[in-house]
Write a protein that binds this ligand. Structure first.
Ligand code: ADP
Ligand code: MG
Length: 468
């Protein structure tokens, strides 16, 4: 399977075969997954197209791609090529990033720009290392589902064999999906095994203010000593480094120092590395140089499991049917799910009643009535975006890859079907599109629905979800 990556023999036909295959994959794989797994792949087509070798960055990705995508990729290649294709996965030769030395800069203006977070009167932080870990956030109480399986597996691997593979580990996903929980779990797991390990959890904003403080107090050596001596640095929400030049530079230094001594770095962010805005390219490429994994919004079964687990942790019994009822109605993220559960538990205790669907309905009255009042175009856009795992913003964006354009057309179709809005009004709500665009989408989806049972099934689920 891994004979190595053949030398580049550029041929227009072979380049086209892979490019066409990518186009097709982009249409059927959710955008986030496509960006994480498929887009970075380099492929060589050899032997007139009967053999395709894909270079994969590391063993973890190789296993994952083999398990998740290889069969589909082969099938697509074969249908494009018109005859059997052997797919091989090879480890890509590892690029060693050039060790650029950060340029000396005038510190003062950058520090000033990054200053607002700081309370200058605060006493100096004691140098005693504190991990800042929350012991309540562990692997044991992080429910696994297909939405986080990959990220969880990678995190457990890192926690169990620090400094070896997947360094840095970059975890990204939307709010409330469990990124912070996961990084604390890594730290807690490590400390349970090696109580003397030097671990630090820090939110990116806190790191910014640490940098600023150490400049103000001229305690930069202490700062360096503190960060550069860690075994494991967990840094949360690195999107907050945007536009913080000085911080980025210090982080870059810490990053290099830690990697050089085989300490591990785990980062989280709301987007994948290349999607980060206003962060220095050299830092972005470091972020992406280990393993990058996504956490997706939890699917229904996972939401049910989370509710049942969390209720049990509170010594309450949540019957499965109630968990299903709540999970169907609270869809966006785990934090909202927890909010709903808290309301139900409080309501049940206060009224001394067991948890039932009726009780959940009453406890969540406000939340449900907002959802059910009427079906709005916004709600349709959000539901369809969730369903197809794209961003709501893509409903109004001008982007045109099929992975986005199709859900958008489906949302337009549903908007026409389920609301009283006119075609021009709908076009307006989809980023100012022309009414003919909406009409085209409505006709197209309505027509395809008759032919395509899978689409029909999806529309059915969406309609039921929206009607509540
Ligand atoms: P993020 O950092 O991605 O915004 P958090 O890690 O803060 O999200 O998670 C939000 C809440 O949901 C936390 O209380 C966390 O414990 C909980 N949570 C998230 N994912 C899971 C999961 N898979 N199982 C159990 N609890 C979870
Ligand atoms: Mg978080």
């Amino acid at each position: 399977m891994t004979e190595g990556f053949p030398p580049d023999t550029p041929s227009a036909a072979s380049a086209t075969l892979w490019a066409e295959c990518l186009d097709l994959l982009a249409q059927e794989i959710p955008e986030q997954q496509f960006n994480t797994w498929i887009r970075p792949l380099a492929a060589r087509v050899v032997d007139d197209g009967s053999r395709v070798v894909i270079a994969v960055a590391n063993r973890f990705k190789m296993d994952w791609i083999r398990a998740q995508y290889a069969a589909r990729i082969t099938a697509l290649l074969e249908s494009l090529h018109g005859s059997p294709v052997t797919l091989e996965l090879a480890l890509a030769p590892r690029e060693t990033p050039s060790r650029t030395v950060p340029t000396a800069r005038t510190v003062q203006d950058q520090v000033l720009a990054e200053l607002p977070d700081v309370a200058p009167a605060e006493p100096a932080t004691p140098s005693a290392p504190k991990s800042r870990l929350n012991p309540a956030l562990t692997f044991a109480n992080l429910v696994e589902g297909s939405a986080n399986r990959m990220a969880r597996a990678a995190a457990m691997h890192v926690a169990g064999s620090l400094g070896q593979l997947y360094n840095p580990l970059f975890i990204y996903g939307g709010v409330g999906l469990g990124k912070t929980h996961l990084v604390h779990a890594i730290g807690n797991h490590l400390l349970a095994e090696r109580p003397n390990a030097k671990v630090l959890y820090i939110h990116a904003e806190q790191f910014v203010s640490d940098v600023v403080k150490s400049y103000q107090r001229k305690t930069f050596d202490e700062f360096k000593e503190r960060y550069h001596s860690l075994d494991l640095l967990l840094i949360d929400d690195v999107q907050f480094f945007a536009n913080k030049e000085r911080t980025q530079e210090e982080f870059f230094n810490a990053f290099e120092a830690l990697l050089a001594k085989k300490s591990h770095i785990v980062l989280t962010s709301d987007t994948y590395p290349k999607g980060l805005a206003d962060i220095h390219e050299r830092l972005v490429s470091r972020f992406d140089s280990g393993l990058t994994v996504a956490i997706e919004p939890p699917e229904l079964e996972m939401r049910v499991a989370i509710l049942i687990n969390k209720a049990a942790a509170e010594n309450a019994v949540m019957p499965e049917e109630v968990a299903f009822f709540v999970a169907k109605n609270v869809r966006s993220n785990v934090r909202e799910l927890e909010g709903a559960l808290r309301k139900i538990l409080a309501y049940s205790r206060f009224n001394q009643k067991d948890i039932s669907i009726q009780l959940a309905r009453e406890a969540l009255k406000d939340l449900l009535s907002i959802q059910n009042r009427q079906i709005g175009v916004e709600n349709i856009q959000k539901t369809v975006a969730d369903f197809y795992k794209i961003k709501v913003a893509d409903m109004y964006s001008k982007k045109r890859p099929a992975s986005i354009a199709r859900p958008r057309q489906i949302a337009m179709f549903l908007a026409k079907e389920l609301t009283q809005k006119s075609l021009p009004e709908i076009g307006e709500l989809f980023g100012g599109r022309d009414h003919t665009t909406v009409l085209h989408a409505v006709r197209k989806i309505a027509g395809e629905r008759q032919q395509n049972t899978e689409l029909n099934q999806q529309l059915h689920v969406l309609e039921q979800t929206l009607k509540g």
